[in-house]
Write a protein that binds this ligand. Structure first.
Ligand code: MG
Ligand code: MG
Length: 256
C-alpha cells in the first residue's frame, strides 16, 4: 500500500533528510587515505546523536539477511555495490567508496547515498560516478505528477545502459516515510508509461546502482550482506529521498 504524505509530513521528512545530508557531507570530508570504515561509521553516528535522530540501519534485518545490520552506514568499496559492513579496512589511494546512510527523526525516515573517490581518481571511476549522478538526476526529473513508476525506472536505466554500464537486478529504490522501506518498489530499469501513477504526496528513494564492466552479475559475500560484482569490476551507488509534489520533485536529502 502506498501512503500519501501531507505537506506537513513532507516538511518533517525534509528535516530527517537534512540529518542524512549533513552526515554524508561529514563522511565525505573525512574520508582520506588511511581512515577506516569504522571511523566513518562512528562519525555518522555522532551526527545522528547530535541531531537526536535514530538509525534505521542499525539492527535492521530484512528477510535476506542472516544477521541484524551492525552499523549506521553501509560502506561499499570498489567491487562492493551496496550493503557493505563497515570494518577496520583503511581507505587506500584511488578507492571508489559508496556510503549509504539513513536517519529517523521525529518518526520520519531519510535515506541517501553518495559515491566518491579517495585520493587520486582514475578517469574510469570519475566517469562511472558522473553517470550514476546523471542517472539519479534523470530519475528525479521523471518523478513528477502524471508520470508513472516506469517512467522513473526507464529514465535511470537509459542513462546507465547508454553509457555501457551494468545494472544489478533485484535491488533499487522504494517508497519511504515512517518506515525506511515502503511501497512502491522503484526499479532501476523499466518501461515508460507502466506501473503505478505518481501522485502528490508520494515519497520515494531513488537509487541507481551501476557496474563498470557493463555486466549485471553480482553475488552475496560470505558476510551475508555485502553485494559484490561477479567480475570484480567497480560499482557506484547514489541515492536521494524525493517527495513528489504538484510543484515538482522535492529532494529531501539535498546537500548544501
Ligand atoms: Mg539507502
Ligand atoms: Mg534506499
Amino acid at each position: 500500500m502506498v501512503e500519501l504524505k501531507t505537506d506537513t509530513s513532507i516538511d518533517a521528512m525534509y528535516e530527517a533528510g537534512q540529518v542524512v545530508a549533513r552526515a554524508l557531507t561529514a563522511v565525505r570530508e573525512a574520508a582520506h587515505v588511511g581512515v577506516s570504515l569504522l571511523e566513518l561509521d562512528e562519525l555518522a553516528h555522532d551526527v545522528l546523536r547530535a541531531a537526536g535522530a535514530g538509525s534505521p540501519f542499525l539492527g535492521y534485518r530484512p528477510s535476506f539477511a542472516p544477521t541484524p545490520f551492525p552499523a549506521v552506514v553501509c560502506a561499499s568499496v570498489n567491487d562492493a555495490i551496496v550493503h557493505g559492513i563497515p570494518d577496520g579496512y583503511r581507505l587506500r589511494d584511488g578507492d571508489l567508496v559508496s556510503i549509504d546512510f539513513g536517519a529517523k527523526l521525529a518518526g520520519w525516515a531519510g535515506d541517501s547515498a553518495i559515491s566518491f573517490i579517495v585520493g587520486k581518481p582514475r578517469p574510469a571511476d570519475v566517469r562511472l560516478i558522473d553517470t550514476a549522478e546523471r542517472a539519479l538526476a534523470a530519475g528525479i526529473a521523471a518523478a513528477v505528477v502524471g508520470n508513472r513508476v516506469g517512467d522513473i525506472a526507464h529514465a535511470i536505466g537509459t542513462v546507465c545502459r547508454t553509457a555501457g554500464y551494468g545494472i544489478p537486478q533485484g535491488f533499487g529504490g522504494h517508497g519511504i516515510g515512517r518506515q525506511m522501506h515502503e511501497d512502491p518498489a522503484i526499479p532501476n530499469e523499466g518501461r515508460p508509461g507502466r506501473g503505478l501513477p505518481l501522485r502528490h504526496g508520494m515519497a520515494i528513494a531513488i537509487e541507481p546502482m551501476l557496474i563498470a564492466s557493463g555486466k549485471d552479475g553480482y553475488h552475496e559475500a560470505p558476510d551475508g550482506w555485502t553485494l559484490r560484482t561477479n567480475d570484480g569490476s567497480r560499482a557506484a551507488h547514489v541515492e536521494h529521498t524525493v517527495a513528489i509534489t504538484e510543484a515538482g520533485p522535492r529532494v529531501l536529502t539535498e546537500r548544501h
